[in-house]
Design a protein around this ligand. Structure first.
Ligand SMILES: Nc1ncnc2c1ncn2[C@@H]1O[C@H](COP(=O)(O)OP(=O)(O)O)[C@@H](O)[C@H]1O
Ligand SMILES: [Mg+2]
Length: 300
């Protein structure tokens, strides 16, 4: 089963009540060795999907295969290979990093040495007797990841691990995800509601909106997908005149600039030429960077 995707969900459906359909026809595929960024705004169904994958919610419709095996058929065997951080674990402020992990060691059947190993992996080996309450937010979250690493998982599932962190903490967690993937060979599924947050770490992206998958593919494929329907911002020596010149492109007037939606990147060159040919100086012609929310607006 070496080549089977680590995660494969087929037509996954879940509702919390008749009115709240949290997931509809979700087909997730996470390849071994990848970092999969699972993106969607709040309330789009990320935690629900991850909870189903981890057997924390019962599948209502559809199926889940992990490591090439049906989850239902071998729940315990499969879940042993997964480390997860789906909500903040209970960690104790008056205990050190090592003592906190010691509390959970028996639950995972991990050895004493394993505690030292995971602390080293997450960069907390030198914290000694320092109490958790004196840790930075990033250090606390790295300890939470260390806890998820105790059972030596092949797959790590992190649900919005940078939520609530300060910018430094976010960087620390991002770097850790990269390291776990590259140095330890762990497949990582990490969710977020901010595209830029996972763009740096993920090799693959899945985007979910209102319980439905909008996009799934490599990061490069996402960029192509974004470019195809991108917007550019334009400023010229006479924006009113530019609106008339560009009327076929249906420019939108913003405060200092115009915004044009492109169907194809080559149109930017045509627009530039058109403006120059009509005697207008072009001060600015640049792509609008899509954040996730914008991407959804553009796609729908
Ligand atoms: N325990 C629950 N009971 C009822 N509705 C829920 C529950 N958990 C989540 N939901 C609803 O399901 C949808 C998806 O939520 P969730 O999976 O938590 O999204 P995300 O993790 O992307 O923010 C939302 O409409 C949310 O309000
Ligand atoms: Mg969530």
């Amino acid at each position: 089963m070496g080549d089977a995707p680590v995660i494969k969900s087929t037509a996954l459906y879940y509702n919390y009540s008749k009115d709240v359909e949290a997931l509809v026809d979700v087909n997730l595929q996470v390849e071994r060795g990848s970092v999969y960024g699972f993106l969607g705004p709040n309330g789009s169904g990320k935690t629900t999907a991850l909870s189903l994958l981890l057997g924390l919610l019962q599948v209502q419709q559809g199926s889940i295969e992990l490591f090439g095996e049906e989850l239902q058929a071998n729940r315990i065997g499969i879940l042993k290979k997964i480390g997860c951080l789906i909500e903040s674990p209970s960690l104790y402020g008056h205990l050190s990093a090592k003592e906190n992990l010691e509390v959970y060691r028996a639950v995972y059947g991990a050895s004493r040495e394993r505690i030292g190993e995971v602390l080293k992996t997450v960069g907390l080996a030198d914290t000694g007797n320092k109490e958790l309450k004196r840790f930075s937010l990033g250090m606390k979250q790295r300890l939470a990841v260390a806890l998820a690493l105790l059972p030596s998982p092949e797959l790590l599932v992190l649900d919005e691990p940078t939520n609530g962190l300060d910018p430094n903490g976010m960087i620390e967690v991002r770097e850790l995800v990269k390291k776990l993937n590259m140095e330890e060979g762990i497949t990582v599924l990490v969710s977020s509601h901010i595209l830029s947050e996972v763009e740096e770490t993920a090799s693959h992206i899945g985007i979910i909106l209102k319980g439905r998958m909008l996009f799934q593919g490599t990061l490069q494929e996402l960029h192509l997908f974004q470019q195809k329907r991108s917007k550019i911002q334009i400023a010229t020596s006479d924006n009113e005149a530019a609106i008339a010149v560009l009327q076929d492109y249906e420019p939108e007037k913003l405060q200092e600039t115009l915004s044009v939606t492109l169907n194809d990147n080559k149109q930017a060159a045509c627009i530039n030429r058109l403006l120059l040919e009509n005697g207008l100086d072009v001060y600015l012609l640049q792509p609008e960077r899509h954040d996730l929310e914008q991407l959804f607006v553009v796609v729908l």
